[in-house]
Design a protein around this ligand. Structure first.
Ligand SMILES: [Zn+2]
Length: 346
């Protein structure tokens, strides 16, 4: 059920426990799809810095800084234990265990939530699980960062590891979580979402894709969570060695504007907006319900050839050697700066 927003003052801002929330809203964002079955999601935003006080700012050094190398190492560790993470596979279970281990401190506080559901797919019913990690803040509202962690069911018979497509962005969020654990948000709450079933089970379509985020958006609409979300940032394929984060037209305009500012502030302007397109990605189920969204994705991954018209995307070439700590550094810097900028908005 849904309660009006102001029933409770301070403590229920974002929530670790079921909080009273207001009704969800509705709106829509168009998704113009790019050719084929690619979608991506990405971005995510970030965090922490949000409203650090001047005093804290003075000592904003290593511990509050994103480490691209740490994120890269986490990517490698995830790929080592769970190279193939398609629905129902042993690797998928190991990826889930990887997340549980990393967020044991949050779980102990009740801030690590498993959202398990049954998806109806072209391959029959499949059990899927989104994981949500919550870092309470001091302002009323939530910034959500999203990455999918599974790999494609249709690619289960090839050596598809999704180093860039799923693994690296999950690692990016884990690294942000490590920072937030030591330095809880001074501004809005930050929630990390590791979603399942982003990929198509057979062929990409509105009904065969984005299982996890469609489920979560509907759930958060019902319980009122959506009305508290200030921004939702999706991270997808943004560890590519040759990084350039796209201008994703079906993101929310003010967040695209903020991305430009964040890139400038962090010295990474050369790493954004080389390409412009709409994307089908995990931002769409939330955009359709009126949430401000930003899809941070680099959909141009590797050289394209007749044999590989989509570059390394969804091929056995999406491996650790195609990504870099440097690109993860750029993406991480931008995410943290986005969080800071979102917190500064009136
Ligand atoms: Zn993919």
């Amino acid at each position: 059920m849904i309660l009006p927003p102001n029933l409770r003052p301070q403590q229920h801002r974002c929530a670790t426990k079921p909080a009273p929330l207001s009704p969800a809203m509705d709106s829509k964002t168009r998704s113009l799809m790019p050719p084929s079955s690619r979608r991506h999601r990405s971005l995510a935003l970030a965090v922490l810095f949000a409203l650090l006080t001047p005093i804290i700012h003075a000592q904003k050094t290593a511990t509050t800084q994103f480490s691209g190398q740490a994120a890269y190492t986490l990517t490698k560790q995830l790929l080592d234990v769970a190279p193939k993470r398609f629905n129902g596979s042993p690797g998928h279970a190991k990826a889930e265990e990887f997340l549980k281990q990393h967020f044991a401190p949050e779980a102990a506080k009740g801030n690590f939530v498993a959202d398990t559901f049954t998806a109806t797919t072209p391959a029959g019913l499949q059990t899927m699980t989104n994981y949500i990690v919550k870092y309470p803040g001091k302002k009323d509202g939530i910034i959500v960062l999203v990455s999918h962690y599974e790999t494609n069911y249709p690619l289960r018979d090839i050596n598809f590891y999704g180093a860039n497509d799923g693994a690296a962005t999950s690692a990016l969020l884990i690294e942000i979580g490590t920072i937030l654990r030591a330095h809880p948000p001074e501004g809005y709450c930050i929630w990390l979402v590791f979603d399942d079933g982003e990929e198509a089970v057979k062929t990409w379509s509105n009904s065969d894709s984005l299982y996890g985020t469609r489920h979560l958006a509907a759930k958060w609409s019902q319980d009122g969570t959506l009305t508290k979300i200030k921004a939702l940032l999706v991270a997808d394929m943004i560890a590519d060695k040759d990084l350039n984060i796209d201008y994703v037209e079906n993101s929310t305009p003010w967040l695209l504007d903020l991305l430009k500012v964040a890139a400038k502030n962090t010295g990474h302007s050369a790493s954004i907006f080389k390409y412009r397109e709409a994307e089908e990605d995990d931002h769409l189920p939330f955009a359709a319900r009126g949430v401000p969204v930003l899809d941070l994705i680099d959909a141009h991954y590797g050289p394209t050839t007749d044999a590989m018209p989509d570059g390394y995307h969804h091929t056995d070439k999406d491996t650790l050697d195609k990504i870099s700590a440097h690109s993860l550094q750029i993406s991480g810097d931008i995410f943290l700066e986005m969080i800071r900028l979102i917190n500064q908005r009136p």
